[in-house]
Design a protein around this ligand. Structure first.
Ligand code: FAD
Length: 277
């Protein structure tokens, strides 16, 4: 185990193809494992769209002896389906979960979503203290939130239901994170809130995705990225920006960093090297 103070974790999404899974398990994972993360997490498509592929990657990572946190949400599923999945994860030796409401797939929009606090409560009622539960937090506030204050009150609801830690949506405005920590502390949240960090892999995709999830890319980053025409320069700029962000986070006492790796070794590994982690 690494002697570093901050918790470091890596997020994967389940690849759509067998070749993608093979690469993730045999090339990406050994390289990222060498960086000694606390755990790997694997995303889950709400509504069960990735139920089998998430399960498959979680199972393969467990076979490699890794600590894995599957993401989980009800989506449109019933309690029996989610309960069976929990039992299965438990039997596999999984001890961590990332519990989410998720976004209902189109066509299911009329259904009442099962909020993350309700899922946390369900997991606690069914499995007691077996799982270490992570939930999501939004320093720049969830796009559907009624207000800043209601969103952090709902985050507190997730902790009150039994969550152990939160991982944030990614952000590039570091002040939003530290202000958020202060506001959370002011309403009595005393559990760690880990900073989610998105290395810049594909800038056009990042811009599109950020519009949907309510993460702001500062104007100066967009302006500079727009004038960098070579992939190499853009890559280097992205690594520099995110290294600086991580450095500020760690120096200012963030309890940990969760990397949204996008299933890539670099730039996460380069950022690690720059930080001397
Ligand atoms: P909630 O905490 O339930 O909140 C959703 C919204 O409803 C917020 O606006 C909140 O203010 C409000 N709210 C919360 N509780 C209540 C309540 N009890 N009553 C009324 N309103 C309420 N998406 C995926 O599809 N798959 C993934 O694997 C995935 N992993 C993620 C991991 C992390 C660390 C993060 C930060 C996000 C992830 N997402 C994932 C995205 C996430 O699913 C979406 O942001 C989703 O819209 C909200 O999920 P949540 O768990 O934060 O929801």
């Amino acid at each position: 185990m690494s002697g570093r103070k901050a918790s470091i974790s890596f997020e994967y999404f389940p690849p759509k193809t067998d070749a993608g899974s093979e690469k993730l398990l045999t090339a990406t994972t050994p390289a990222l494992r060498a960086l000694e993360p606390e755990f790997f997490s694997v995303t889950y498509g709400a509504g069960g769209s990735t139920r089998d592929t998430t399960h498959g990657i979680v199972s393969a990572l467990r076979e490699q002896g890794l600590t894995v946190a599957p993401h989980l949400s009800f989506g449109g599923d019933d309690a029996a389906t989610i309960g069976a999945l929990l039992d299965d994860y438990k039997a596999m030796g999984v001890e961590r979960l990332v519990c989410l409401r998720g976004d209902l797939p189109s066509g299911m929009g009329a259904m009442r979503p099962v909020y993350a606090n309700e899922l946390v409560q369900f997991v606690r009622e069914r499995t007691g203290d077996h799982f270490h539960i992570e939930v999501a937090a939004y320093p720049e506030i969830h796009p559907q939130a009624e207000s800043y204050s209601s969103d952090i009150a709902f985050l507190k609801g997730k902790f009150d239901a039994g969550a152990d830690r939160a991982i944030t949506q990614y952000f590039y405005n570091v002040e939003s994170y530290f202000y958020f920590l202060d506001r959370c502390s002011a309403i009595g949240i005393d559990k760690p809130i880990i900073a989610g960090v998105m290395p810049i892999v594909n800038f056009a995709n990042l811009q599109r995705f950020s519009r949907n999830c309510g993460a702001e890319i500062p104007r100066w980053i967009c302006q500079r990225a727009e004038e960098l025409t070579s992939a190499e320069d853009l890559h280097k700029f992205g690594v520099d920006v995110v290294t600086q962000l991580c450095q500020t986070l760690l120096e200012s006492g963030a309890p940990g960093i969760h990397f949204y790796t996008m299933n890539q070794v670099d730039p996460t590994r380069e950022i690690f090297t720059n930080l001397g982690l």
